[in-house]
Design a protein around this ligand. Structure first.
Ligand SMILES: [Mg+2]
Length: 370
């Protein structure tokens, strides 16, 4: 089997309620930006990265796929995933201009497409290729009820509804003021009771003194983790926070390489490991991070730039993956949506990585690639 063509695409899909915000920005759409890889055997693989649906930025990614990555892949045997990963990541010209950022997001999309293709060619869902089912259930936690843009009363109602739907975990955004965030979290904890896990996510906005003040106030709330408390690359700051607070530190959604994670492991600066196949160089690099996390006996909770379409396969098959993020924005775009039933992800059944968009989604949400 040979790769005949690599064709980029961009979809912009509306978010719940048409607008959401965290501590750093608000968005109206989620960007599904990627590539279809066709072969002479008739199989096609689909892969994508996740973006804030900023069309000029998304077009930089699709341009990178079309002009830099496609020529490296076309004519190749797609089953040699590790070799093709190195061919892209260690291409001297690409390495020189970007070991992170647009080139890596583009790489993520094609790596996911290659895994989708490999699973389709084998006639199995991706989790079978990744080692097979390792657990009875994959617990989901609900992120979509906790945006900073949601007013206080609505936040509490949403958290209760989420628990009524069967979720045993939720996540709430923080990063406004410590006082407001603690007030909101206290109200949520009262509403959901002690048995539902409550995580918070700061999106890297606060500095260390603010995080320390927040953590002192939040200790009675039994938080499951504090995600991205500090600036994404600040290993030393996270290590200080991890030592000073009893609230576990989670991070990784903005790290591009296994080496970046290694620093956090070595400094004791991370408790929950959150790699993302759409941010790093795809499934291939995230598997390396999952193995490293497992070697450090740290749990993985993948960040869902793919809205868990792909990560659900990792979570069923890798022993380090403990819990998975649920956000429903794009699921209806795919032939096999990542479905949560009674607070747990359904086991995918169709061959591939659950990344094949429906014809309807391609018609409804497509944007020009350039
Ligand atoms: Mg986050």
């Amino acid at each position: 089997m040979r790769i005949t063509q690599v064709t980029p695409f961009i979809l912009h899909v509306p978010v719940t309620g048409n607008q959401i915000a965290d501590s750093t920005h608000s968005i109206t759409h989620w960007g599904v930006v990627g590539a279809r890889i066709d072969t002479d055997a008739g199989h096609s693989g689909w892969g994508f990265t996740g973006t804030h649906a900023h069309l000029p930025g998304d077009q930089l990614i699709t341009r990178c796929i079309a002009t830099c990555l496609a020529p490296l892949l076309e004519g190749e045997d797609p089953s040699g995933i590790q070799r093709l990963w190195l061919k892209v990541a260690r291409n001297p010209a690409l390495q020189w201009i970007g070991r992170a950022g647009i080139t890596t997001l583009a790489h993520a999309a094609v790596d996911v497409a290659l895994w989708d293709l490999k699973a389709k060619a084998a006639g199995v869902p991706l989790w079978k290729l990744l080692g097979g089912q390792v657990r009875e259930r994959v617990r989901a936690y609900d992120t979509d009820i906790g945006w900073l843009s949601i007013p206080d009363a609505q936040l509490v109602d949403g958290a209760k509804r989420s628990v009524d739907r069967g979720y045993t975990g939720i996540k709430v955004k923080v990063g406004s003021t410590v006082e407001r965030d603690l007030r909101r979290l206290e109200a949520v904890r009262r509403a959901i009771g002690p048995d539902v896990t409550l995580a918070v996510d700061g999106n890297g906005k606060w500095d260390l003194p603010t995080c320390l003040r927040f953590c002192r106030g939040a200790e009675p709330l039994d938080l499951y983790w504090f995600e991205e408390p500090l600036w994404h690359d600040d290993v030393h700051g996270h290590a200080q926070l991890a030592r000073a607070s009893r609230i576990p530190v989670a991070l990784g959604e903005q790290l591009y390489t296994q080496d970046a994670f290694s620093e956090f492991f070595l400094q004791g600066a991370i408790h929950w490991v959150q790699p993302d196949v759409t941010r790093m160089g795809g499934i291939t690099e995230v598997l390396r991070v999952c193995e490293a996390a497992h070697a450090h006996r740290l749990p993985v909770a993948p960040h869902a730039g793919d809205m868990s379409q792909v990560h659900v396969h990792l979570s069923w098959s890798h022993p380090a993956c403990q819990v998975l993020e649920s956000i429903p924005w794009i699921k209806d775009c795919f032939e096999e949506p990542a479905e949560v039933v009674d607070g747990h992800f359904r086991l995918p059944q169709q061959p591939g990585a659950s990344t094949t968009p429906t014809a309807g989604a391609l018609a409804r949400h497509a944007r020009p690639v350039a």
